[in-house]
Design a protein. Structure first.
Length: 115
């Protein structure tokens, strides 16, 4: 099991920027894949961005060109840089680690984008 702790959520104005952090309890390069998901009220949880240890990245079409996922192996931390957010990006954001066995999830951090 990998413990994940998110931080950095809050209220941001549309067009601003926000950076989310996810601190992992183990070396992130030992994890098959890590990513960020989000869930808005009344909607299903969806992938926002992810990367594998092989270096491949994937983004939801709705955030391409605005959000960037990155990792710092020295800090065992994964980031989600959110630029030019819109009210449609308002959701609880969850960090995910894909390991052998069930996926690991953080507790989530609320992001609210005001217009």
């Amino acid at each position: 099991q990998v413990q994940l702790v998110e931080s950095g959520g809050g209220l941001v104005q549309a067009g601003g920027s926000l950076r989310l952090s996810c601190a992992a309890s183990t070396r992130i390069f030992s994890i098959n894949a890590m990513g960020w998901y989000r869930q808005a009220p009344g909607k299903q949880r969806e992938l926002v961005a992810a990367f594998t240890t092989g270096g491949a990245t994937k983004y939801a079409d709705s955030v391409k060109g605005r959000f960037t996922i990155s990792g710092d192996n020295a800090k065992n931390t994964v980031y989600l840089q959110m630029n030019s957010p819109t009210p449609e990006d308002t959701a609880v954001y969850y960090c995910n680690a894909r390991v052998v066995g069930p996926d690991c999830w953080g507790q989530g951090t609320q992001v609210t984008v005001s217009s």
